[in-house]
Design a protein around this ligand. Structure first.
Ligand SMILES: O=C(O)CCC(=O)C(=O)O
Ligand SMILES: [Fe+2]
Length: 390
């Protein structure tokens, strides 16, 4: 059972003027197509305790899989408490140094990217050169309410330094086991962040593929740019969620501008929305064509994003400069950045002592170095300067 979003579908369509009926049909048909796909279900394992091949095969075929019920009510409550505390500490407006209590704002003296804002219901990336131009077209920008603020938070980079609950999600043993099955036991970090799409104001993220570096590589394959997990705090719907084109992770770099032009509008017909309940976690190929429309509906979405790479995709590779300044990512660099995995596993072990913690092979003999204590959080400041951007 999923939340009934019929009011949001009406509200969303009403923003689209002459195309209101077309948008409404697109949302309703997309929703039905998404729910008919066989790529959702809880984490399941085979007799040897490995991730069940059904999940791996469906992920490989479609480029995404909705893993149901990964985050418990208890864990979701932790995340919501962190979100509430972070929001209390957000800058009073974009660029402000203090929060509404007069305290230094979250990220105010960080060097690395942290909270990113955009005008309500805008598409800040579409048609720009940001992220090496990967968001090729600008999506329709619905008009926000007159009393909407001039800018709203859209993305929080480096989220693990601000939220211990998000750090603990990052150490989830089942998700790390799935990561191992796809990227090998020596998998590496990528980047982590929160996508914030508040009801009635959340900006759009135009159609794109995430990967940048390895499209023309002789070793190119469907997994070479890694994947993202997207943990859903409030669920995800046709109106507020990410839409994806199933199977498009296998077609190479797509000419999205041409796809939109050939189709005649931005409602790419093969796309389906990621429909999730709170606690579901999507695994999404970074090569799949995906994007989200402005959130003109009544339900908020917050996605707890974190990705992983194959070591061979990043080792001694020059970063693409999209998430952090471009640098050659040698084994020391990767090792330093991987400490987040070590801390996450330990922080999770302390909070959920009944779970069997994940054994991260690169730290097999060193996990003791990564003890999560109340002082650890401050040492993570600006850790995302070393995101493994490809
Ligand atoms: O959450 C969104 O709206 C966009 C997500 C996205 O583009 C990504 O995770 O790569
Ligand atoms: Fe993306």
């Amino acid at each position: 059972m999923y939340q009934d979003i019929s009011r949001s579908i009406e509200a969303c369509a009403a923003h689209y003027g002459d195309e209101a009926e077309a948008m409404k049909t697109y949302l309703i048909e997309g929703q039905a197509k998404a729910l008919a796909l066989p790529n959702r279900g809880p984490l399941k394992y085979d007799a040897d305790g490995n991730i069940h091949s059904d999940i791996l095969e469906a992920y490989s075929e479609y480029g995404f899989y909705i893993i149901e019920g990964v985050l418990s009510e208890e864990e979701l409550a932790d995340i919501k408490a962190d979100l509430a505390a972070m929001r209390e500490n957000f800058p009073v407006h974009m660029g402000a140094l203090t929060d509404k209590h007069g305290r230094p704002a979250l990220g105010a003296d960080n060097k690395a990217p942290n909270l990113q804002w955009a005008p309500p219901l805008s598409d800040p990336l579409g048609g720009t050169q940001i992220f090496n131009g990967r968001h090729q077209v600008k999506l329709f920008e619905p008009k926000a309410a007159d009393d909407a603020p001039p800018a709203v938070p859209l993305y929080l980079s480096g989220s693990l330094q601000f939220s211990p609950a998000c750090l603990r999600v990052y150490g989830h043993p089942g998700l790390l086991k799935l990561t191992e099955a796809i990227n090998g036991p020596d998998f590496t970090p990528f980047t982590e962040g929160l996508f914030i799409k508040d009801a009635g104001v959340g900006p759009a993220v135009s159609w794109h593929q995430d990967g940048d570096t390895h499209w023309d590589s002789p070793d190119h394959d469907a997994d070479i740019h890694g994947f993202n997990f997207m943990g859903q705090v409030y669920g995800s719907t046709a109106v507020n969620g990410v839409w994806v084109i199933p199977g498009s992770h296998k077609i190479g770099r797509a000419n999205i501008a041409k796809m939109v032009e050939d189709h005649g509008n931005e409602r790419l017909p093969e796309a389906v929305p990621l429909i999730c309940n709170p606690g579901d976690v999507v695994i999404n190929s970074r090569q799949i064509i995906h994007g989200s429309f402005a959130n003109t509906g009544f339900e908020p979405r917050v996605s707890v994003n974190f990705g992983f790479h194959k070591r061979s995709s990043v080792l001694d590779v020059r970063g693409a400069g999209m998430h952090a300044e471009a640098a050659v990512m040698d084994s020391d660099f990767i090792d330093t950045r991987s400490r987040l995995i070590g801390f996450a596993i330990d922080a999770r072990r302390q909070r959920f002592p009944d779970e069997t913690p994940y054994d991260y092979a690169p730290f097999a003999k060193r996990q003791d170095e990564f003890r999560w204590t109340p002082d650890t959080q401050a040492t993570l400041k600006d850790y995302n300067l070393m995101d493994l951007s490809i």
